[in-house]
Ligand binder design. Structure first.
Ligand SMILES: Nc1ncnc2c1ncn2[C@@H]1O[C@H](COP(=O)(O)OP(=O)(O)OP(=O)(O)O)[C@@H](O)[C@H]1O
Length: 312
């Protein structure tokens, strides 16, 4: 479990993390999303005590990281800038970490096996590919058999096989009852593994929700209905949580809060002919863009706009 309360970090004038409140619960994968520079890495660094907040608190399994006597057994973390001595072998690196916590050799062998590093365990980490380096970082994170696992952009730069491996690993860690907290700036990737999402932008909390909710909020459950009798259809569909809009004189309605299938059934029961019944497709990437539009620090531009007075 990770609990942040009013967590705040400033670098000079820049507020990197701004009064963040959130809880990451055990037994699920929680995605930590935000555009570049949103404050994800800074938040993660504060969780494991690599950066000190200027305000608020963050607790791991009920205590501040520094208060744990054996932190590797509480939370295993893979942060982007994880450094491994290039001259050390994978097994040497893991053994050195294990010694600091009295972790036995058999656990080192176990995480090597879990991460599929058996064939390269005796090789120098300096010669590792990006994917092997990520696996070694994850092996280190799992070494203490921690209840909480936190990974910063774990799929960055991995090949499809590596991406699939990480997905399965995250899901199985959560299924074992662990708290799994994973950052990404790719909504589509998170949608495949995360049950819950915490979205931040410019250091602020934008959403603390499920994937399904996020899509709904972005208008993903809106259905376009074209019928012979829109006025009667409105009456038939009306109910709590249902929103219906449409221009006067038009056969077309936009319905939110009733699935397309239920609209079709109710219309048939009422004897109303439907000419069109189309659920609006919203991709998660669109939902994410909608949510973070005002919180993106670095906008790209694909077109050049010479109009005087307008910035491209
Ligand atoms: N050591 C530092 N000194 C000064 N500013 C920093 C430092 N670390 C981060 N920042 C700033 O704080 C903000 C948040 O950065 P952070 O790296 O936490 O974001 P992020 O969401 O992890 O971004 P990305 O997805 O690009 O990795 C950014 O504006 C960044 O420039």
């Amino acid at each position: 479990m990770i609990e942040a309360h009013q967590l705040t970090k400033r670098y000079g004038e820049k507020t990197a993390v701004d009064r963040l409140d959130f809880t990451v619960k055990p037994g699920t994968v929680t995605g930590f999303l935000g555009p570049n520079g949103a404050g994800k890495s800074t938040t993660m660094r504060m969780i494991i005590g690599l950066d000190a907040p200027i305000g608020g608190t963050v607790r791991v399994n009920g205590r501040r990281y520094a208060e744990h006597t054996a932190p590797l057994r509480e939370i295993g973390a893979l942060l982007e800038a994880k450094s491994v001595h290039p001259g050390r072998t994978a097994v040497g690196h893991l053994m050195a970490l294990a010694h600091t916590h009295g972790i036995p050799r058999r656990r080192v062998d176990k995480v090597i096996e879990l991460t599929g590093l058996q064939a390269v365990a005796g090789k120098r980490a300096g010669a590792f590919s990006l994917g092997m380096g990520q696996r070694l970082g994850i092996a280190a994170a799992l070494l203490g058999d921690p209840a909480t696992v936190m990974l910063d952009e774990p799929v960055n730069g991995l090949d499809p096989e590596g991406v699939l491996w990480i997905r399965n690993l995250l899901t199985s860690l959560a299924a074992e009852g662990r708290t799994v907290f994973v950052s990404s700036h790719l909504m589509s990737e998170m949608a495949l593994v995360a049950d819950h999402l915490i979205v931040i932008g410019r250091g602020r909390l934008l959403a603390d929700t499920t994937v399904a909710d996020l899509v709904r909020r972005a208008g993903g459950d809106r259905v376009k209905v074209v019928s012979a009798d829109p006025a009667r259809l409105r009456e038939v569909l009306a109910g709590p949580g249902v929103e219906i809009t449409g221009r006067a004189g038009s056969e077309e309605l936009q319905v939110t809060g009733v699935p397309a299938r239920a609209i079709g059934t109710k219309a048939a029961e009422a004897g109303i002919a439907l000419f069109e019944l189309t659920p609006r497709e919203v991709s998660l990437e669109d939902a994410f863009m909608d949510l973070t539009r005002d919180a993106v620090d670095y906008h790209g531009s694909t077109t050049h706009d010479d109009t005087p007075g307008r910035a491209a």
